[in-house]
Write a protein that binds this ligand. Structure first.
Ligand code: COA
Length: 176
């Protein structure tokens, strides 16, 4: 098994097709042939076995505003593992790799939105109840700024000493 971290601009057409295939398999509603919902991420983790892509995680490096404090974060999107390889702690390994990377490079928090929290709670994330503000994008068009509470979705993991606060979580961009 080979674990790879690739910057988005380095991804070639063949790798892009492999990512699009896995995303489609894992998320049936994913836009066909695409490797992102709203916007390109900054980098991705890819896990290969005998030239088959078996796990994927996209990451955005961004500043966000949490109740007036500005933090460096890694936003996680499209974490998935091919069905035949699930329940072998592959997703947990990708989350651990990202935590280590963030700790080495002054990232304050990992952030993500999820409906099912099991995987993330067991990997050090907490569910938070902030009102959120984010740029609304749909099919390559901007539609303004949303400002609302998203019940039981936003999860964060502190990588350093900084404390997550209640209050507004302003994504300063689209949602992951
Ligand atoms: C969620 C997913 C990435 C987990 O991958 P994995 O390699 O099996 O994860 P791990 O082995 O590290 O951890 C498994 C645990 O995650 C939890 N889990 C299972 N499905 C989950 C899901 N959809 N979301 C969150 N947690 C989940 C369970 O507690 C599971 O424990 P178990 O193995 O004892 O049943 C994988 O099931 C998947 O790709 N699902 C389809 C896509 C998806 O829903 N992605 C999450 C988007 S937020």
């Amino acid at each position: 098994m080979e674990l790879q971290r690739l910057e988005e601009f380095q991804i070639d057409a063949q790798t892009e097709a492999a990512i699009a295939g896995l995303l489609c398999e894992c998320f049936p509603e994913y836009p066909q042939g695409r490797t992102y919902y709203k916007q390109l991420p900054d980098f991705r983790y890819l896990c290969w076995k005998a030239e088959q892509l078996i796990a994927h995680m996209a990451v955005e490096h961004r500043m966000i505003n949490n109740a007036g404090a500005v933090y460096r974060i890694f936003g996680i999107a499209d974490l998935c593992v091919a069905e035949a390889f699930q329940h072998q702690k592959l997703a947990s390994r990708l989350l651990t790799e990202l935590s280590l990377l963030g700790e080495r490079h002054r990232v304050d928090f990992l952030m993500l939105m999820a409906k099912d929290h099991g995987l993330y709670l067991s990997n050090g994330f907490q569910l938070v109840a902030n009102t959120c503000q984010w740029l609304l994008i749909n099919e390559h068009r901007s539609y303004g700024v949303a400002h609302r509470r998203v019940p039981a979705s936003l999860m964060v993991k502190a990588l350093g000493e900084k404390e997550w606060k209640p209050g507004l979580a302003d994504f300063l961009g689209h949602v992951f």
